[in-house]
Design a protein around this ligand. Structure first.
Ligand code: C2E
Ligand code: MG
Ligand code: MG
Length: 743
């Protein structure tokens, strides 16, 4: 700010200096003006200069300069009337042109002063060159040109430097730089002005001054035409320049747009790449989770094997092939682990799971790559053998599986042994539905279980018939329960030593309205499977207890009879079993000691943990406990000691073959000895012959039950048996008395 005011001040001072000098020179010129020489020609020159001359100029194209008529007039005046007159004309020209370019009077006066000062210096030089007064016409022709050049050069330098200094002050730039930039090329004006003036003076010596002025209109026409032409050129040039500028601008804009587009494109490409990457990642994740879900939908989570759905799908494909090709054979093996529940209960579920995984791996080892093993749930597995050569190939695989499964399994902290029961359904074009093949393999598997487990059974139509029969039986059985078609038979148990009646075993019978009496073996497994055994067992227990109580009340002899009632595995699992039995005892008012509950050895061993607890509770009730079918299961002697058992019932199979095989005699002998050592009683089941009885007697077996004494009897028959038994007791008693008497 301070800098700019400093510049202004300096410029102003310089201008004032020039104006003052100009004023002095103007005054001096006015004072020394040769008035006597000033004629009409001078006045014409003066007025032309003031009116139009400085306004009319020829702009030289491409050079920043204008050749004004005024310059020529000033030179003309200088050469014709001397420096003082020229100063007056120059001052007038300066004022006139100054007023045209600015409204600030200092600028106007400066313009006039600078022109005047320049003319003053030029005049002084001209006087030296041409003599005073200036004698232009009498100069030798050879030096006129040089002299004119010197005059023009002085005028040029002095005028331009005076103005350039002002401009340099204003712009704060070096004077030389300002001068070269603005005035270097304007020298032309001065030279042309000087030569035109010189030319006119030469011409007027031949023609009069006014004759020289006569062509002025023509010159004016030429001038204005030339001006017009220049204007056109200027317009064209401006147009060209504008076009060039617009083209350059357009080019620039295009380049910028191009760059922007490139940048944006780059940005877009980056963004696109990121997006594509994200899309790819998401699609990968989606693919993974889809595969995960698909795998989960068709596979068993524990073993990783295909599940029932996937197995059935594959089986359908096999069925399709069989339909197209008569020779095509396939096979489904339905496999269920034997006593798996026992492992789960005794070793815990984690061990059970571990076992299932190991079983899965062993099964995979038994099949070809084209076959499939699936887990249906629990301990059920299925194998699809696809494209078999011979039906016997399926049997080969079944045997291989049985062997593989029967080898001991090494679990986390235990070793487990299990077996499998396998149902085999051979398929060709005889099946239309996959589910039917699975159902038949399942049926055959149940048959294998019934056959004693750890074996395979091949499905046949008889099995199917049987399955249908069983189904019908089930609905019949439910109805039978409602209609009280089930009744209890009583089979006597006799003391071997005395032959006296010890008690009865209550055995259920089904009085079928059409089929007559149906034995337990035909419906007990069904009742077990359906759970109907629980209400059935309870009703048998109730009836048997009431019956014994009834008999006891009828005769004093019956007071010491016992009633054996069978208890199924399912019943043993009931948490309210003890309460239910207690209730029955209370209702019947039977002495608990007279009731003996029979549980098969297999049930006790398969549920050893729970059995130990439940049996202890029952023992607390005061009832007696018996292990039924002893010898058929896998009793461990250490286990046997844990159960509060009173009686062992030797299975019929040992008794029947007692006389045939020496081995069985040894078994029975061992059981009797074992029971004796554990403080238990022994009852032999299925005694049919005197021979068997004698052998049992020899082995010191306490009680016997079998057809030799009686088959299971209806109530009335049983009562007759009791009466006969009372006679035996009476006979025994009188025999004893007479013997004593004889002594
Ligand atoms: P169990 O408890 O071992 O009953 C003995 C079975 O042997 C009875 O068959 C009986 O009739 C039969 N038996 C007895 N002596 C002989 C003989 O000298 N020769 C032959 N060949 N058989 C003889 P049953 O009545 O057919 O009962 C079969 C099984 O059904 C019973 O075997 C028992 O396990 C079960 N059972 C019967 N009634 C019931 C019941 O009310 N509840 C439960 N849970 N099971 C029952
Ligand atoms: Mg029994
Ligand atoms: Mg038995």
């Amino acid at each position: 700010m301070a800098e700019s005011t400093g510049k202004q001040r300096l410029t102003k001072r310089y201008m004032w200096l020039v104006v003052t000098a100009g004023a002095v020179i103007f005054g001096h010129a006015c004072y020394n003006l040769p008035f006597q020489q000033l004629d009409f020609r001078f006045l014409s020159l003066f007025s032309l200069t003031v009116a139009i001359s400085s306004g009319i100029g020829i702009r030289v194209p491409r050079v920043n300069t204008t050749i004004t008529v005024a310059d020529s007039f000033v030179f003309l005046t200088l050469l014709l009337y001397g420096p003082e007159a020229a100063i007056i004309v120059a001052a007038a020209d300066g004022l006139s042109s100054g007023l045209r370019i600015s409204k600030r009077w200092i600028t106007v006066f400066f313009n006039a002063a600078a022109t005047s000062l320049a003319v003053f210096i030029t005049g002084a030089i001209a006087r030296i060159l041409f003599g005073s007064p200036i004698d232009f016409l009498n100069q030798p022709h050879s030096s006129v040109l040089i002299l004119l050049c010197i005059v023009a050069l002085v005028q040029y330098l002095s005028h331009t430097w005076l103005v350039a200094i002002c401009l340099a002050c204003k712009s704060d730039r070096p004077v030389w730089h300002t001068w070269t930039k603005h005035y270097l090329w304007s020298s032309l004006t001065y030279f042309v002005g000087a030569f035109v003036a010189g030319g006119i003076i030469q011409l007027q010596t031949t023609f009069s001054f006014y004759a020289v002025l006569a062509p002025l209109p023509i010159i004016s026409i030429i001038y204005f035409t030339y001006e017009k032409y220049l204007e056109d050129i200027r317009a064209t040039a401006a147009q060209a320049e504008r076009a060039e500028r617009e083209r350059a601008e357009a080019e620039h804009a295009r380049a910028e747009a191009e760059q922007l587009r490139a940048e944006q494109a780059e940005l877009h490409v980056e963004e696109l790449n990121r997006y594509v990457e994200k899309l790819e990642r998401t699609s990968r994740e989606l693919q993974e989770s889809r595969e995960h879900f698909r795998h989960a939908a068709f596979h068993d989570a524990l073993t990783g094997l295909p599940n029932r759905t996937l197995f059935t799908d594959h089986l359908r494909v096999a069925l399709g092939r069989a339909r197209q090709n008569d020779q095509y054979l396939f096979c489904v093996l339905f496999l269920d682990l034997d006593r798996f529940k026992n492992i789960n209960d005794s070793l815990g579920h984690p061990c059970g799971d571990e076992l299932l995984i190991l079983v899965a791996r062993r099964l995979e080892g038994c099949i070809r790559q084209t076959d499939m093993v699936a887990r249906f749930g629990g301990d059920e597995f299925a194998i699809l053998l696809d494209g078999l050569q011979e039906p016997s190939d399926a049997i080969g695989v079944a045997n291989k599986v049985l062997k593989a499964i029967s080898a001991p399994f090494k679990l986390h902290n235990h070793e487990a042994v299990t077996t499998a029961s396998i149902g085999v359904a051979l398929g060709a074009n005889n099946y239309s539905e996959a589910e039917d093949v699975i159902r038949d393999a399942d049926t055959a598997m149940y048959r294998a279980k019934e056959q004693g487990k750890a074996c395979y059974e091949i499905f046949n139509t008889a099995m199917h018939t049987r399955a249908v029969t069983l189904l019908r039986l089930e609905s019949d059985f439910r109805r039978a329960l409602e209609n009280r078609e089930l009744c209890v038979y009583y089979q006597p148990i006799v003391s071997i030593a005395s032959g006296e009646l010890h008690g009865f075993e209550a055995l259920v019978r089904w009085r079928h309205p059409e089929r007559g009496i149906i034995l337990p073996s035909d419906f007990i497994p069904l009742a077990e499977e359906t759970g109907l055994i629980v209400p059935l067992g309870l009703s048998v227990l109730r009836e048997a207890c009431n019956q014994l109580r009834n008999w006891q009340q009828r005769s004093v002899f019956n007071r010491y009879l016992i009633m054996s009632v069978n208890l199924s595995g399912k019943q043993l699992m009931q948490s309210d079993l003890t309460e239910k039995i207690e209730e029955v005892l209370r209702e019947s008012q039977l002495d608990p000691w007279r009731l003996k509950l029979e549980i098969t050895e297999t049930v006790v061993m398969e549920n050893s943990e729970l059995a130990a607890i439940t049996l202890a509770k029952l023992r607390e009730l005061g009832v007696r406990l018996s292990i039924d079918d002893f010898g058929t299961g896998y009793s461990s002697l250490s286990y046997l000691n844990r159960f509060p058992v009173d009686t062992l019932k030797i299975d019929r199979s040992f008794v029947t073959t007692l006389s045939d095989a020496h081995e069985n005699l040894q078994i029975v002998k061992t059981i009797v000895t074992l029971a004796g050592n554990l403080g238990m009683e022994v009852i032999a089941e299925g005694v049919e012959t005197e021979d068997q009885l004698n052998q049992l007697k020899a082995l010191k077996c306490q009680y016997a039950q079998g057809y030799l004494f009686s088959e299971p009897l209806e109530v009335a028959e049983a009562e007759m048996f009791i009466q006969r038994a009372a006679q035996v007791i009476n006979a025994n008693a009188s025999a004893l008395m007479s013997a004593e008497f004889a002594m």
